[in-house]
Design a protein around this ligand. Structure first.
Ligand SMILES: *Cc1c(COP(=O)(O)O)cnc(C)c1O
Length: 415
């Protein structure tokens, strides 16, 4: 039987990658070599010859391609089509929350639903890219710290191409995540600590030569995968950007990646100079970026005693802290914290009013929107995009059901 062909995955298209660059010092690194952090201990960013790429990337040429995260291969790092590892990363829809918005006298509230991606979260974007590059480099074993979704994506994509994986997660990681990681072929360890404690184990193992460290922003390619959220969003809005983006911020890879995407799209002539205000949303129980933002700092020290129900944003310390804070400030945005009660209230409200089941982190973005609306930080008619980063079905849900005795005569009017 012939496999259905997707030309984004099969066509040999040039990548215009030129080199890598330290995000702190600008020091240049060669492409096509295995890299972790820069010599300064900071994330490396992939750079492209955008003048050359521009000739291939007219709006018409792009529109004729399949709608998935591999659509703009010219500004993605994978050179050869045969190295692409894919589980079908279709473009995710933008869904309006019309009834919810109306309750606040607002319109234009949109959700980018990343829960539709393989493994049920947007971690698939970053990991698909990073595992494709690992395959190209012939890497045989990868380790990663995770709060759940990244580990699940790593297990799935790496197993698909026979790469061995070892995953470390805090011992209170959502149970479904721990189980899907193991089921998809990884060895998974529950660790009595937080994600940065897990990260230390991974880093020590990498230093001892045991495996490759795929922690977020500690290798250069996950961010290139997450960048596709920005590319996709701009195209879906008719090559425009929204007024405001609310992003649930853990390591911040998606926020930094989208900011990079908008810069590249402008240089490609595909969008103008307008930028969305980037709102970094955190939980009150773990808000290192919010604290650093308010104090005018460029870096964020470790947040002690981190706790929140929104596991994906329980990240006490981020190696890309200065990149998150720069993007937020340059965009005219803010960093905001919300309470667990508020974010769960939003999960319930969006589900009840609009039939949209947000994950807790998605609920946090809606809670921040409500707060920002109240404080006059966003207008009622502004075009706002919330990021729902995982399917709400991955998380424990509140129980609002009732029981019924089948032997009793029901009073149908009250059912
Ligand atoms: C990982 C994750 C986040 C945080 O994303 P970053 O880009 O790492 O900041 C938010 N929500 C969910 C559901 C996640 O899995």
């Amino acid at each position: 039987m012939q496999e259905p062909s997707n030309q984004n995955l099969t066509a040999e298209r040039p990548t215009f990658v030129s080199h890598l660059e330290c995000s702190m010092t600008g020091e240049r690194y060669e492409a096509d070599e295995v890299h972790g952090l820069s010599r300064a201990g900071r994330p490396l960013l992939v750079r492209y010859d955008l003048d050359a790429a521009r000739k291939e990337l007219s709006r018409e040429a792009i529109a004729a391609r399949p709608a998935d995260m591999w659509r703009l291969r010219e500004i993605l790092p994978v050179r050869e089509a045969r190295n692409i590892v894919s589980l079908g990363e279709a473009a995710t829809p933008i869904v309006p929350l019309t009834r919810t918005a109306a309750r606040y006298g607002a319109s234009g509230l949109l959700v980018k639903d990343e829960g539709r991606l393989p493994t049920g979260s947007f971690k698939a974007r970053g990991i698909a890219m990073a595992v494709s590059m690992a395959k190209a480099f012939g890497i045989g074993k990868i380790a990663m710290p995770t709060n759940g979704n990244a580990g699940a994506a790593l297990a799935a994509y790496a197993s698909r191409v026979g790469i061995e994986t070892v995953v470390f997660c805090p011992d209170d990681t959502p149970e479904i995540n721990v189980r899907e990681i193991a089921l998809q072929g990884a060895r998974v360890y529950r660790v009595n600590g937080l994600i940065d404690d897990c990260g230390k184990i991974v880093g020590d193992g990498a230093a001892a030569g045991a495996w490759f460290d795929m922690s977020t922003l500690k290798e250069p390619y996950r961010i290139e995968g997450k960048k596709t959220m920005g590319l996709e969003l701009a195209e879906q809005l008719g090559w425009d950007v929204p007024d405001v983006i609310f992003y649930p911020t853990g390591g911040g890879t998606g926020l930094i990646g989208m900011w990079k995407a908008f810069g590249e799209l402008q240089k490609l002539g595909l969008i103008g100079s307008k930028r969305p205000r980037m709102i970094a949303v955190q939980a009150e129980g773990c808000a290192p970026m919010v604290k650093a933002f308010q104090e005018g700092e460029e870096h964020a020290p470790r947040w002690e005693g981190a706790h929140t129900i929104a596991a994906g944003i329980r990240v006490p310390r981020a190696v890309g802290d200065f990149l998150i804070l720069r993007a937020v400030r340059e965009s005219g945005g803010v960093a905001m914290a919300v309470s667990d009660d508020d974010l769960m209230d939003c999960v319930e409200e969006a589900a009840r009013e609009d039939g949209f089941l947000l994950c807790p982190e998605g609920g946090a973005t809606m809670a921040a929107w409500r707060k920002a609306l109240d404080a006059g930080l966003v207008g009622k008619d502004e075009r706002v995009v919330l990021f729902n980063c995982a399917t709400g079905l991955k998380y424990p849900l509140p129980d609002h059901s009732e029981t019924l005795d089948r032997h009793a005569v029901p009073d149908f009017a009250t059912l």
